[in-house]
Design a protein around this ligand. Sequence first.
Ligand code: HEM
Ligand code: SF4
Ligand code: SF4
Length: 529
Amino acid sequence: MSTAQAPDAASGRSALARAFHALERGFDRVFGPGANPLRQLGALGFWFFWIVTVSGVYIYAFFDTSIVGAYQSLEALAREQRYAGGIMRSLHRYASDAFVIVMALHLVRELAYGRFRGFRWFSWLSGVPLVWLAIACGIGGYWLVWDQLAQFIGIATTEWFSALPGFEVSMVRNFLDAGTLSDRFFSLLVFLHIGLPLLLLLGMWIHIQRITRARTQPDAWLGWATLGVLVILSLAKPALSQAPVDLSIEPARIGLDWFYLFAYPGIYRLSPGAMWFILGGSTLLLCVLPWLDAKPRPAVARVDPANCNGCGRCLADCPYEAVLLQPREGARSRFKLAVVLPDLCAGCGVCAGACPSSTPFRSVDALATGIDMPQLSVGDLRGRMERAVGRLAGHARVVVFGCDRGAPVHGLEEASVAAFSLPCIGMLPPSFIEYALRGGADGIMVVGCADGDCEFRCGAEWIRQRIDGAREPHLRTSVPRERVIMLWPYHDEGGSLEAALAGFRMQLRSTMAAAGHAPKRRQGETTHA
Ligand code: HEM
Ligand code: SF4
Ligand code: SF4
């Protein structure tokens, strides 16, 4: 039994998504899901940003912001303070490179998994300017070193900008002329190199505004390990300047940092205009992608004021900041009412699983809850479950709860097994487990998604915590835990569920036999072998 719009997530994935997922699983085996860098690329972006900031502040303390002194001050830092300034300078460069790498991978990952459309448009769109800002920060940084690479960047950048209407080569090139170049221009570069990262930070903050408890810190082990790798790299290959600027020559051979300066060779191989066209066009394409490749949005959550007591659990559990608590209209009391912001709602149903009114034990014919999903209401789920449990036959009868986005559970259905697929496993109110057991099921199998694989970020974690008693609403302690099994397969591991179910049913049989329980039998039912 499934919801009205149960997509087969496994078969609906693109080749890029499958390739990325295979890579992620490979990394899971090496790092474990908790420390898998591919599952926390955004958090690593924040981490590298802070390393760049701290090392940048250190460098700035010794940096001479003048044309004459800039190069020398950096050389002195790297050579005279081998183990402080040298490492800080190298860390600044390598962490900046790492930032670009994780940002690019993060973009590709979200793209591969189709996480740019629908309610995610804001996260996606607000990510696009971050790419330009990050690259601009890096280019500005290389310019400040005032070596021959900086000279090349200066010339190439002015030539590049000259392709834009309103910019003229002669005008911009003045800045690179030995006669006209002044410390004022250098101060402008320093100002930009401090201002742009601040703007980037503001952009990163805006970027995560629609995500509840956005993960901005990587796993501690991973964070320290990446820092360790950067320090080792800094010691093994310290970041140094190239030859100093010589405005009387045009630098011929220079080493490029491809992470930041990838566009520069294209200015000469193609043309400045062509590079604007390619980069501007790709940016535009990224910006309109959420609307170019739009898919029908799932129905959003609805609040029933008659069943909402304003407890705020839906708000706490919603992964996308889509619920607000507002004072009840016209009410003098201090009670509040949940309100769903439809544009932000992912249609995951996690809120319905959190609502205390979602308990099937309520003695009402039509179970209505505080916040519910039109595509599969909690009342509907209770009705379907009651009917299905009533039909279960044989020994070790099991009710399976799964997720439309995870490993498919429908194939498990047979005379002794009923399966329900929810929009997200986080939609399951834990009281349904107890209700199914009391209704005649011998065991409950809860199938969520592997660590870090939950399409709606928190669903799998919330249900795990609710069943473990660490989160409200929790599964009552009186429910025998040996009759509940939780599984966290990858979405394409549906096959493994059959073996797990068979093992669970065998275990249930022996537990029941040991406890002297005869299998429950309804009136008129015959026993199956
Ligand atoms: C400066 C670089 C960036 C940083 C530091 C960053 C950071 C983050 C963080 C921390 C999250 C929340 C992850 C979570 O807790 O589930 C996130 C989500 C997201 N990011 Fe970024 N991001 C960056 C750039 C980008 C770019 C360039 C794009 C794409 C154009 C992008 C698209 C997204 C999307 C679509 C989500 C939502 C994922 C979801 O709903 O599950 N980000 N980002
Ligand atoms: S359906 Fe999901 S995204 Fe929408 S309000 Fe509920 S928990 Fe939030
Ligand atoms: S969890 Fe239910 S009762 Fe609590 S605020 Fe949300 S809708 Fe209302």
